[in-house]
Ligand binder design. Sequence first.
Ligand SMILES: [Zn+2]
Length: 316
Amino acid sequence: MRCKSLLLLFLTVSFFGQAWSQKSGKGLRTLIIDPGHGGLDPGARGMITTEADISLDISLKLGDTLAKAFPDLKIIFTRTSDVLPGNSPNKDAALKYRANLANQSGGDLFVAIHCNSAGHRPGGWYEKRVVGKTAHTKTVKKGKKSYKKTYYTYEYENVYVENKAKGTETYVWAMNKNDDKINSVSKSNEYTGEIDSTSTLTLPDPSDPTEKARMLVYAQYYFRKSLNLANYVQDEFQESNRVDRGVKQRNDKGIWVLQATGMPSILIEIGFISNKEEEEYLVSNSGQKEIVTNIFNAIKKYKEKLEDKDKEKKGF
Ligand SMILES: [Zn+2]
């Protein structure tokens, strides 16, 4: 039984490895752009728009810019309108559709675009806060005795709390959480958005040889590439003076799709839709142009580095 599992593991690694080697050496040819959410899943809500809408705008503009710069690059969108990809009946089915589409299209890179969200409400909220305290004394009688007791009355005020979280972060599927060389990767467990407790998706089970093999292939071929691109993206955002929340590794259902695609993959949180100022930036033409340029530059750098490596291999 053990032997059988090992054989299966070997065969699967060989299969995925072969699939990879056939694709390698050709640089970036097929890019999957995945605008998050859509249709009945609006994602996080802002004060004036939704995550699904902004993600779609940015994705389409990014696709246009890339198509103009690289006419040979095949670009596949998981959705181009406000629907769940593949007109799927629910969020989980849509996520599976996204991954299947990427894999069946023989993608070399998967880039998901999302917006972040934090706090109780977009923009801000009112909170009841104590702003004053007055001491009073009263005489309490107990039988024949009487004594003084102090009590307090409080003054409250409704205080507006601004939803301040802002900035950008890029996720990769976690592999080497304890790798100290990856110092740009946040080791904190704190994260925002993209957690859906109702999800029925399952994470890879390391005791299943096929899934273990898939993860090995990811670790061997795709993890480092994903991380490089994620770093380029964050560098670009930083250049534009956005708040840089860093490259983060996770392995939870919130970014399930990243491990389901057999290719390097990243998920970019382009800003906080829950922050009034940042939402205005995210919907503005100038803001969208800047974000698209940032991601475009990062993908361009990634593509060029891949091509340089291929040239080195061929002895140019
Ligand atoms: Zn999202």
